[in-house]
Design a protein around this ligand. Structure first.
Ligand code: MF3
Ligand code: CO
Length: 261
């Protein structure tokens, strides 16, 4: 993880462009989600859209510590998968699945990162509740992303939003600062204590993300070395926005009509 860098107004304008490009990719992939579609097809749509909006994938070839370079432009999380599932020609979406799509792109060297968990066809009421709760906890957390508050004010909203509904949040994966690097300090965990942690300042840009499991918070890495799944097989949801902290509060850089419901 690179160090924290405060962004100028001009840099934040550039990050809005990459944020909007990432939002377009996420929306376009989301529109293709339906029973019978393979996840390799979603990867093709992502690559096409990334090129169309004149951006570069931040994920393709990305090297996380102790991992092979990531082989795709989207990370998937179907049902009990939490993060980092790899698209595959043989993996076909089924009615009732939920699928998280995480995608980040850069333009002019600045990254934008976002994720959304989509229903496939008709989903169970409990899966629908997971999506609703997780997404609204992200917005409650973003509302705390203002100067004078601390990272713990964001994290505690993510944790409380999930736990007050009987769900659990991931302990070992976090949101992050973002800019010329996909991952900059500070870490933005999905759990924490209000009033604690680094104080937020204008010009910080954070990728705020939350990973929520219906059951236990414990996860395991599958044999491909990338896919992170719940140990108890329970469903997991993921939502993420890139957010700039301005003097008068948060600005979501990855907003799109996808989120307007
Ligand atoms: N999902 C992570 C994030 O949003 C990054 C994934 S890195 C990759 O920060 F290599 F898996 F793509
Ligand atoms: Co991220």
């Amino acid at each position: 993880m690179d160090k924290l860098r405060i962004k100028s107004k001009v840099e934040i304008e550039k990050m809005k462009r990459s944020g909007q490009a990432a939002a377009t990719v996420l929306k376009r992939v989301g529109e293709a989600i339906a029973p019978g579609v393979s996840t390799a097809e979603l990867e093709r749509i992502s690559r096409e859209t990334i090129a169309e909006v004149n951006s570069i994938s931040s994920f393709l070839g990305y090297q996380l510590p102790d991992h092979e370079p990531y082989p795709a432009t989207i990370c998937l999380s179907i049902n009990d998968v939490v993060i980092h599932g790899i698209p595959n020609e043989n993996q076909v979406l089924k009615d009732g699945d939920i699928i998280g799509i995480d995608t980040a792109v850069s333009i002019d060297g600045y990254h934008g990162d976002n994720a959304y968990t989509f229903p496939v066809g008709d989903i169970s009421p409990s899966a629908a509740r997971l999506l609703k709760v997780t997404r609204s906890s992200l917005y409650d957390a973003i509302a705390e992303a203002k100067p004078g508050n601390r990272i713990g004010d964001i994290s505690s909203q993510l944790q409380e939003g999930a736990e007050s509904n009987g769900f659990s949040v991931l302990q070992n994966f976090s949101g992050h600062g973002i800019g010329r690097s996909l991952h900059e300090a500070p870490e933005v965990p999905c759990m924490g204590v209000a009033g604690r942690g680094l104080r937020l300042r204008p010009g910080m840009v954070l990728a705020i993300e939350t990973m929520v499991n219906v059951g236990l918070p414990d996860v395991q890495i599958l044999a491909d070395g990338w896919t992170v799944a719940t140990v108890d097989g329970s469903l997991s949801a993921l939502f993420e926005h890139t957010v700039a902290i301005l003097s008068d509060g948060p600005e979501i850089l990855t907003g799109s009509t996808l989120w307007d419901i």
